[in-house]
Design a binder for this molecule. Structure first.
Ligand SMILES: [Zn+2]
Length: 178
């Protein structure tokens, strides 16, 4: 099963219904079934429904609560001091934004800018995938460039973690045979 199939199976804005059956709602039974088939971890599942099914319920406080211990362990294993002036939660949110909101908003994902009659390559992205530069991150995080340099190492680890979460989830979904 791939993401396109998953989209067909689930309504675009699933609402978790604990009681009763409704045609346009994703019931907790459905959720459990998909989780069971795919073997997605809780965090992977939340990430996928947020990014691919446009469900804002996917990534919430619960998501951060679930992955925080893993993140702290990861940083500890790599001997990276996680005590920083910027909260880990804030950096994690930035990493999630970077991985989920990847479509370039300047050219709306086309990769080109149209000016009068000329077509130029959009300088803000690579083929429509937005380029999050250090300065973009600094702006979104609302911190000083000097501060960013101090947390950059931690941030890149978190970014890697979130990217791997997606890769691993997609890989598991790909292997599901329905
Ligand atoms: Zn662009």
């Amino acid at each position: 099963m791939n993401i396109e199939l998953l989209k067909l199976l689930l309504p675009s804005s699933p609402v978790l219904e604990v009681t009763g059956q409704s045609h346009n709602c994703l019931t907790s039974d459905d959720v459990n079934a998909i989780m069971g088939y795919s073997g997605l971890s809780q965090a992977e599942y939340m990430f996928i429904i947020n990014k691919y099914l446009d469900n804002e319920r996917g990534i919430n406080e619960e998501f951060y609560r679930v992955i925080k211990p893993e993140i702290l362990e990861l940083l500890q294993n790599k001997k990276i001091n996680h005590k920083s002036t910027v909260k880990i939660g804030k950096l994690l949110k930035m990493a999630v934004i970077e991985v989920t909101a990847d479509k370039c908003f300047v050219c709306t994902g086309t990769g080109f800018l149209i000016n009068l009659s000329t077509l130029t390559k959009c300088p803000h992205c690579k083929d429509g995938i937005f380029t999050y530069t250090d300065s973009v991150r600094t702006t979104v995080l609302k911190i000083k460039p000097k501060e960013y340099l101090k947390i950059k190492k931690i941030y890149l680890e978190l970014l890697d973690y979130v990217k791997n979460l997606e890769i691993s989830a997609l890989d598991k979904l790909d292997k599901v045979k329905l």
